[in-house]
Design a protein around this ligand. Structure first.
Ligand SMILES: [Zn+2]
Length: 230
């Protein structure tokens, strides 16, 4: 490995850093900034500063996964809103409804997920026997049988009192689910889309939510796309 002299006037980039200061060919570098390309351990950096009198240590993080030098935290991690809406969107993919897949995720005041759900038939009811149709005789449509995502999220919740919680849902809650959410004490709804805003169901939902002082806000997309290899 090439050993290089360090100069304050012209900070050089060395290959491995610490050898340049302590190796046989090292020269005094007190007062010099010290630049390394690879981020080595915090302990090594402290030794460098103490023993060599280096006044500043600069480093450029290199993503060397083989050597595990990544010490800086990631900057492209999911934000809380993205995480919770992401869970709701992922949950929706469990739905067997051919026309509408909805997911919901309930979160407490400490950002812990306490319930998730998606739309589907009740436990024990046959997905292949009950109808998925949207039109026709009421008993031959899905409507009398399906449990909505928000209801399932509440029923699946690990807690009874949800009064400090908010719910992320991929679709604005219908009037039936809104009643359930109001009764649980949830005071905040974050929804991904509101494509049935003109229906009587959603109008009734908003009327009740307004009176019960339940806030509902459209989820602001950050235009990020994620894909999962499953
Ligand atoms: Zn509903």
């Amino acid at each position: 490995m090439e050993r290089r002299t360090l100069h304050q006037e012209e900070p050089l980039f060395c290959g491995r850093g610490i050898d340049s200061a302590f190796g046989p060919d090292a020269v005094g570098c007190g007062g010099c900034p010290f630049w390394v390309l690879l981020l080595f351990s915090l302990l090594a950096m402290k030794m460098l500063q103490l023993l060599a009198g280096v006044t500043a240590v600069g480093f450029s993080v290199m993503h060397d996964k083989n050597k595990g030098y990544e010490k800086m935290k990631r900057t492209d991690y999911l934000l809380w809103d993205e995480y919770f809406m992401g869970v709701a969107l992922l949950s929706a993919q469990r739905s067997k409804d051919p026309s509408t897949q909805v997911g919901a995720c309930i979160v407490d005041s400490k950002n812990k997920i306490v319930g998730v759900g998606y739309n589907g038939f009740p436990l024990g009811c046959d997905d292949d026997d009950l109808p998925w149709d949207r039109e026709g005789d009421f008993l031959e449509t899905k409507y009398p049988y399906v449990c909505h995502a928000e209801l399932n999220a509440v029923l699946n919740s690990t807690r009874i009192d949800l009064s400090d919680c908010k719910i992320y849902t991929t679709l604005f809650p219908c009037h039936e689910c809104s009643k359930v959410l109001i009764q649980t004490g949830i005071k905040n709804i974050i929804y991904y889309e509101d494509k049935y805003a003109d229906t009587e169901s959603v109008k009734a939902a908003k009327r009740m939510l307004d009176q019960a002082n339940v806030a509902y806000n459209w989820y602001t997309q950050n235009k990020r796309t994620m894909s999962l290899d499953l």
